[in-house]
Design a protein. Structure first.
Length: 251
């Protein structure tokens, strides 16, 4: 694999942004699918590469991995603040498709993430089903609009989502309730049984089952830790490989 750290200007955010990118290292480049891998609340675009073996896990895959900086945005267009959703969906994906040999279509894009990034991946996949063929949430803050994970985040989240986010444009439960099963990406959710966000994930799984929306759901030993995410991102890669139609080689 080739490893790149990219700095580029986002016209939406009006500032320089960063991403880490893993590229298949071959003599004759060809269009590749892209896996957008999102970080959690307290981290940045470097964290997946620093705390997991993601580069090793994809070493034999015909896959580009893009790890963008999402700040503390929950990958949303804030009610009172920056428009990170627009940045990611327009500026970032547009940059990647212009400068790398990508399959610049739904069938060539997967998205996933952990915690805040798990919520972001699920929200963006449900909101833009025409842009991604698969999405995975690890330990996602999925019931964010209806149940705050931490009281100390209340003021910050009000700036992002407003006073009453339940049922709004960034509520993944509302998005799932109104989703068209025929157009949904392939969905997978996992969470550790010792994770404080486990009930968020169980509730979302129950809603998807109630609505008859196809998905995979799994609980494993472990908590909200990098040991957990390093292990289970491998299963996410296998899931995305099936959706991207090139099997499980190297996973």
């Amino acid at each position: 694999m080739a490893f790149c750290e990219i700095k580029f200007r986002s016209s939406t955010l009006q500032k320089c942004m960063a991403m880490n990118v893993l590229l298949p290292q071959v003599e004759t480049p060809r269009p590749y699918p892209v896996y957008y891998l999102l970080h959690g609340l307290s981290d940045d675009h470097t964290i997946w590469h620093r705390h997991t073996r993601i580069e090793w896990y994809v070493r034999e895959l015909p896959l580009i991995v893009v790890m963008p900086d999402g700040g503390r945005s929950f990958y949303c267009d804030a009610v009172d603040g920056p428009a990170y959703e627009t940045y990611l969906m327009e500026d970032l994906i547009g940059f990647v498709d212009r400068f790398f040999p990508t399959i610049a279509a739904r069938e060539g894009r997967a998205i996933g993430g952990l915690s805040m990034g798990g919520y972001g991946a699920m929200k963006l996949a449900l909101k833009f089903p025409d842009r991604f063929c698969s999405a995975v949430s690890h330990s996602g803050v999925l019931n964010l609009a209806r149940s705050l994970p931490r009281e100390d985040l209340r003021a910050e989240l009000r700036q992002l989502f407003g006073d009453d986010p339940a049922g709004g444009k960034d509520d993944v439960f509302s998005l799932a309730e109104n989703a068209n099963p025929a157009t949904l990406p392939a969905l997978r959710i996992d969470c550790g049984v010792d994770d404080g966000l486990l009930q968020h994930n169980r509730d979302f799984h129950a809603l998807l089952e109630q609505r008859g929306l196809p998905h995979e759901y799994a609980e494993f030993p472990g908590g909200h830790t990098w040991d957990y995410w390093d292990e289970h991102v491998q299963e996410a890669l296998a899931f995305h490989c099936r959706a991207l139609s090139f099997g499980q080689q190297g996973v």
